[in-house]
Design a binder for this molecule. Sequence first.
Ligand SMILES: *Cc1c(COP(=O)(O)O)cnc(C)c1O
Length: 383
Amino acid sequence: MYGYNLMTPGPTNVHESVLAAMAKNYTNPDLDSDFFKLYADTADKMNQLVGNGGGKTYLLCGEGILGLEAACASFIEPGDRVLTIANGIFGRGFGEFSSMYGAEVVYYESEPTKGIDPVALKTFIEANGPFKTATVVHCETPSGLTNDVSTIGPLLKSFGIMSIVDSVSAIGGEAMEMAAWGLDVVLCGSQKVISAPPGMTMVSLSPNALAYLDNRKTPIAGFYANLQIWKDYEKKQWFPYTQPIHMIAGLKLALDRIERKASVERHERLSEAVRKTLVKSGFELFAKESYANTVTTVLLPEGLDFKVLLDCLKNDHKVLIGGGFDFLDNKIFRIGHMGENATEDRLSALFLALDGAFDTLNVPLQESLQNGFEMQINRANLK
Ligand SMILES: *Cc1c(COP(=O)(O)O)cnc(C)c1O
């Protein structure tokens, strides 16, 4: 029933050492200062991974969506003008969270097949501002493209707009220099590139965002999504609720496995090989530019139902891939080449399985995917 090669864009494959770190009896996280150190060390690792100079990272128990909601709950006050930068499903969804917390939402929308154009965005802000806060998605996982937050961040800063960035499926696979790019709130999740199990969201706050929390005018509605309650947890040796110690131990190990620069380079190299392999075999990609390093979206061959493809991969090959949802429902399939999935061996195994499945389903390919991939990564002659 289990034991698949999980080539989905999250949850991703979890390394054995991470699983092993979770399969132990630890301590009582409310009583033992050893746990406070584990939490602080893990948060600090995450803080370094996002390049957050003098700011702080909190680790919250709940998957990525909790981070998005906590950011909206904590940084949006009723009546705030919030710019929702949207070229995909998560981008637009951010607008709904923002209005739940009382924002006056203004959408900047652009095509889902390419990244946000900072020049057009600047013109839009000049015409429609001022805004207090903006939300933007770094990697639009459902459509497989990455927005250039290295340009968007400084642009927002130049207008004095506070930025909330959903980098849940990007951090570790795309460059992230939170402080240098002037980003205020950066959100990550455990089950994407980080390759820990689902269940944790990591919220990184700039010094500016921390100061905002201290000086907010209206109280934050709710408790679980309230980021004020984490203030000075180290000094107080107090957490707002029982901490998921096993999850944090696993997260720490997963973060230890990521070397910032090398990880981004590996994702860049392998994602390019994946795209070239697919195109050479006759597939068309959904994204037309600004391709994500962490996920590739591929148009389904004419007449092929995603469920049929997935069932064949699952039952005959023990491999899972992602499908499309919302406006991409049954139009695409998605390969998650992030974190522990982004290895030559796992991708080669995936392409072998896809070759087999397309053969079974009578979908002709211009070239074997696995051979194509082995050529792309220059391994073909070594076999
Ligand atoms: C996965 C993901 C999330 C979080 O969603 P989950 O419910 O935790 O899977 C948020 N934003 C993006 C862009 C994601 O890819």
